[in-house]
Write a protein that binds this ligand. Structure first.
Ligand code: NAD
Length: 350
C-alpha cells in the first residue's frame, strides 16, 4: 500500500462516526486484539523509534498533551487532554485526535478521531501488559473507576486473558450501573461492589482507572495481596496518583517509557532511581515478566506515544480496506509546487 497522498493531496479523515462504524464492523474485541498485536510488534522494534516524553501544558484543572513519535517510515502525534472535572459539566475527561504522516514526504496520510481509539489502545496496552505479568489462569478482575475507559478494559481482559468475572466499583454508583449495563451482554459475570475492598475480593488483576487531580489512595497497602497484578491506569499526571506509596516498595514495577513515567506515573511518589523494568524488554524476552506466583506485579501505565502510533497504523490499514473516511482538503496542491500564490488565484473573485 502506498503512503503517498492522492493526486489531489486529500487526506483520509476518520470521524467519530466512521470510527464507531469501523469498531462495529471489526468487533470491539477483535479491534483491541489487532491494536495489541501492533503495539507488541512496535515494542519489539523499540530502538527504531524516536522517543520523547509527551509535551504537557498544565492548568489548575487539567492538562493538554502532545504525543509525538516516529520510525523510519511513519510519524505520528496525538493531541489529548485530561480534565477530571469535565464530567460534572457534561464533557469527557479525555478527548483526543491524532495524525499519521509519511516520513519520506512529510505529508499526512491519516487524520483521525482518537477519543474512542485511545480507549481501545489503552485497553489493548493493559491486556498486553497483563499477558506478560498477570498470574497464569487469572479469572477475575477488579475494575475500580467505571468511567469512559472501563468497559474497554474489561473486554480487553476477557478477549486476551480469558477473564470471566469483573468486580466493579466506582465512588459514583451511576457509573457502575452504566458499566454493568454496557457489559450485560458480554458474557462476563459482572458483580457490582459497594466498596473498593469488596471489589478486590478474589481478584487476581486489580485495575484502577479513576480520575481525580490529586494524590488519591484508591488501593491502600493492605489491599494488595501476594501474587496479584495491578494495572494502574488513572495516575498519569504530576500530582495525580492512585496507589499508596507502600505498594510501590513491594511490587515489581513495569513501565512504558521511564523518562515520562517518572514524571507522570505512580513512581513520581518514589526516588528517581527506584528500580523499574521497561515493558519492551519483557516483550522482547530480554527480561523476565512474572517470575513466580507470589510476586506482585504493577503496570504503572501512563500511555505512551508508540501505542498511539500502533493504533493509528492499524486504523490506516483498515480505512484503506473499508473506505470508512472522508477525504479532507487539508493540503495545498499548487499545479507548480513553488507557485503557491498561483494556487491562491484559483479562488480569486471573478
Ligand atoms: P472518567 O472521568 O470517564 O471516569 C473516571 C471514573 O472514576 C468516574 O466514574 C469517577 O466517578 C471515578 N472515580 C473518581 N474518583 C474515584 C475514587 N476515589 N474511587 C472510585 N472511583 C472514582 O475518566 P476515564 O476516561 O475513564 O479515565 C480514567 C482515568 O484514566 C483518567 O485519570 C485518565 O487520565 C486516565 N487515562 C489513562 C490512560 C493511560 O494510557 N494510562 C489512557 C486514558 C485515560
Amino acid at each position: 500500500m502506498s503512503l503517498a497522498p492522492s493526486d489531489k493531496a486529500l487526506v483520509p479523515f476518520v470521524s467519530v462516526d466512521h470510527m464507531m462504524q469501523l469498531v462495529h464492523r471489526i468487533g470491539v474485541k477483535s479491534m483491541i486484539q489487532g491494536i495489541a498485536a501492533n503495539i507488541e510488534d512496535d515494542f519489539r522494534r523499540w530502538d527504531r523509534f524516536d522517543k520523547t516524553p509527551r509535551v504537557a501544558a498544565h492548568s489548575p484543572v487539567g492538562v493538554i498533551e502532545l504525543m509525538p513519535t516516529a520510525d523510519d517510515a511513519l510519524y505520528a502525534f496525538k493531541y489529548v487532554n485530561g480534565h477530571p472535572k469535565n464530567t460534572r459539566e457534561g464533557l469527557q475527561t479525555v478527548t483526543a485526535f491524532g495524525l499519521l504522516a509519511d516520513v519520506a514526504t512529510g505529508y499526512p496520510v491519516l487524520l483521525s478521531e482518537m477519543t474512542l481509539l485511545t480507549a481501545l489502545r489503552t485497553a489493548a496496552m493493559s491486556a498486553l501488559a497483563a499477558k506478560y505479568l498477570a498470574p497464569a489462569n487469572a479469572t477475575t478482575m477488579a475494575m475500580i473507576g467505571n468511567g469512559a475507559q472501563s468497559e474497554f478494559q474489561c473486554l480487553a481482559m476477557q478477549a486476551m486473558l480469558g477473564i470471566r468475572e469483573i468486580r466493579l466499583f466506582d465512588s459514583d454508583p451511576a457509573a457502575t450501573a452504566k458499566c454493568a449495563a454496557n457489559l450485560a451482554q458480554s458474557g462476563l459475570t459482572i458483580i457490582r461492589c459497594a466498596s473498593p475492598e469488596e471489589a478486590i475480593q478474589g481478584a487476581q488483576i486489580l485495575t484502577t482507572c479513576t480520575a481525580d487531580k490529586k494524590n488519591a489512595t484508591i488501593l491502600s497497602d493492605n489491599m494488595v495481596g501476594a501474587g496479584v497484578h495491578v494495572n494502574a491506569i488513572g495516575g498519569d499526571c504530576p500530582g495525580k496518583t492512585e496507589l499508596a506509596e507502600a505498594i510501590l516498595h513491594r511490587a515489581d514495577i513495569f513501565v512504558e517509557y521511564p523518562p515520562q513515567t517518572r514524571v507522570e506515573g505512580e513512581i513520581q511518589q518514589v526516588a528517581q532511581d527506584h528500580p523499574v523494568t521497561e515493558l519492551w524488554r519483557v516483550i522482547t524476552g530480554q527480561t523476565q515478566g512474572r517470575r513466580d506466583a507470589a510476586q506482585i506485579t504493577l503496570f504503572d501505565s501512563v500511555g505512551f506515544a508508540i501505542e498511539d502510533f500502533s493504533a493509528l497504523r492499524y486504523v490506516h490499514e483498515k480505512v484503506h480496506e473499508t473506505g470508512l473516511c472522508h477525504d479532507l482538503d487539508l493540503l495545498a496542491d499548487p499545479d507548480d509546487p513553488r507557485d503557491l500564490f498561483g494556487m491562491l488565484m484559483r479562488a480569486a473573485p471573478v
